[in-house]
Design a protein around this ligand. Structure first.
Ligand code: F0G
Length: 457
């Protein structure tokens, strides 16, 4: 088979400033070793997130120029609604400025104190928005999802027995919805199978509980279903996405991922009463239901982006480039979450740096080291982000995993950029025993990872 190439060529370039080791050391000190506090002009390859960082296509830029900025009844909304309905199929389509706004509106309408919401794994804003309205967010990933190094085609699946048990324990009346996140971002960017979604739907239907999809990376998930699930290999990716959404009662979506847009999101439902309440709330904080916190031009960019995200040449390249990074570093011994996910590679820093105690933040140490080595910005998903406190002693308890996520922006970097990342990772891996941990010297009472300052131990 021939090399899978980037199925696009470059029309506009964005220069990258190449920094020296001395400049990077100074930037680290100024940022208190917190990569969120770096100026992006000091970053060479930015793998902080795949969200809002996609390169838009010529068709999307053309659509931007077609954008109609009317307050109400804009044709941009009609094009957006038609594109979303074509793929997602839901009755009511409500635009929002990004995914978390859709979450806030859905949960404010449907959930309250005493409610319990299961998900394969909640993304952090999803969890925070549920907790904000007093509901409890419960993660029930399948057993294979817990073992980082294990290969399984659908490690993002929900644990069906745990779902049944949860419903029996709490009673269906306390569970206003069940959510499935595709792909499972916090669980390593792993896909969910159609069989799993269908089985979850059957359980939900038995108990009369609506099923919602957190759809951020729906196109990558549909690609994995086609590649890995029996019976789907000759289906179009779009028809797989349509089949999956037909099993659900609604969804939340961040168009900053598989919408290939720099901003935007939406909330969908088939429930007329709920949609009315959601639109009332939308007007209060987002905007009129035909723009929902977005410019008309953003709606047009999303309308085109959602369809482009389902192009099969694009998805083949996307999956190949993520796997290329994962396979090269793992072959050299770097422990990663297996198999490579759709949008990111997750390095297991606790296994790679066993000499650094969990509460000296091995994943933070590794992500700082990648920046120091080569100006690569990644994100820590470990105890800096997710440590809990002992309810009795108040002592800090480490998170279950210490991961560094290398998220790959869509259509933005070439294979030589990824080769550069591989080289840097392998150089850091070679000298891993000399890497030191950190202590936190300044932190906020919540979401500390965005602003904490660190010192080397
Ligand atoms: N759900 C999932 C699974 C996500 O990954 C994100 C965002 C959201 C919801 C919220 O969407 O950012 O548009 O409000 N994930 C980004 C990330 C921030 O880096 O993984 P948003």
């Amino acid at each position: 088979m021939r090399t899978i190439i980037e199925p696009f060529r470059v029309k506009v370039v964005e220069p990258i400033r190449l920094t020296s080791p001395e400049e990077r050391e100074a930037a680290l000190v100024e940022a208190g070793y917190n990569l969120f506090k770096l100026h992006s002009r000091d970053v060479i390859i930015d793998l902080l997130t795949d969200s809002g960082t996609s390169a838009m296509s010529a068709e999307q830029w053309a659509a931007i120029m077609r954008g109609d900025e009317s307050y109400a009844g804009s044709p941009s909304f009609d094009r957006f609604e038609e594109s979303v309905r074509d793929i997602f199929g839901f009755k009511h389509i409500i635009p929002t400025h990004q995914g978390r706004a859709a979450e806030r509106i859905l949960f404010s309408t449907l959930c309250h104190k005493g409610h319990v919401v299961p998900n394969n794994t909640h993304f952090d804003t999803t969890r925070a928005n549920l907790e904000y309205v007093g509901a409890e967010a419960v993660d029930i990933p399948c057993a294979e999802g817990h073992v980082l190094a294990e290969h399984h085609p659908f490690k993002g699946n929900m644990d069906l027995e745990a779902l049944e048990a949860l419903i029996v324990r709490h009673g269906a009346g306390r569970i206003p919805l069940v959510m499935i996140t595709i792909t499972n971002n916090s669980g390593g960017g792993q896909p969910v199978s159609m069989a799993n979604v269908r089985a979850v739907k059957a359980i939900c239907a038995k108990h009369d509980i609506p099923l919602y999809i957190d759809a951020c990376r729906f196109a990558e998930n549909a690609w994995f279903i086609r590649a890995r699930e029996p019976g789907y290999s000759d289906r179009s990716v779009k028809s797989i996405a349509q089949e999956l959404f037909a099993l659900a009662d609604g969804c939340t979506m961040s168009a900053k991922k598989d919408g290939l847009a720099n901003i935007g999101g939406f909330l969908c439902t088939n429930d007329d009463v709920l949609a009315r309440q959601e639109k009332d709330l939308l007007i209060l904080t987002e905007g009129f239901p035909t723009y929902g916190g977005l410019a008309g031009r953003d709606l047009d960019a999303i309308a085109v982006g959602l369809q482009e995200a389902l192009h099969e040449d694009y998805l083949a390249y996307r999956a190949a480039s993520t796997a290329y990074l994962g396979d090269h570093i793992s072959k050299a011994g770097v422990p990663i979450v297996q198999p490579p996910g759709g949008h990111a590679i997750y390095v297991d820093a606790a296994t790679m740096l066993p000499h650094i105690p969990r509460l000296e933040y091995p994943a933070q140490a590794l992500s700082v080291e990648l920046y120091r080595e080569a100006g690569i910005r990644t994100v820590e998903i470990g105890s800096v982000m997710f440590a809990r406190h002992d309810p009795i002693t108040g002592a800090e308890l480490p998170a279950p995993n210490e991961l560094v996520r290398l998220a790959i922006p869509r259509r933005a970097y070439s294979q030589s950029h990824i080769d550069y990342v591989i080289e840097a990772m392998l150089e850091v891996f070679e000298r891993r025993e000399s890497i030191r941990g950190f202590r936190i010297v300044e932190q906020a009472p919540f979401l500390r990872h965005f602003s904490a300052r660190f010192e080397h131990c």
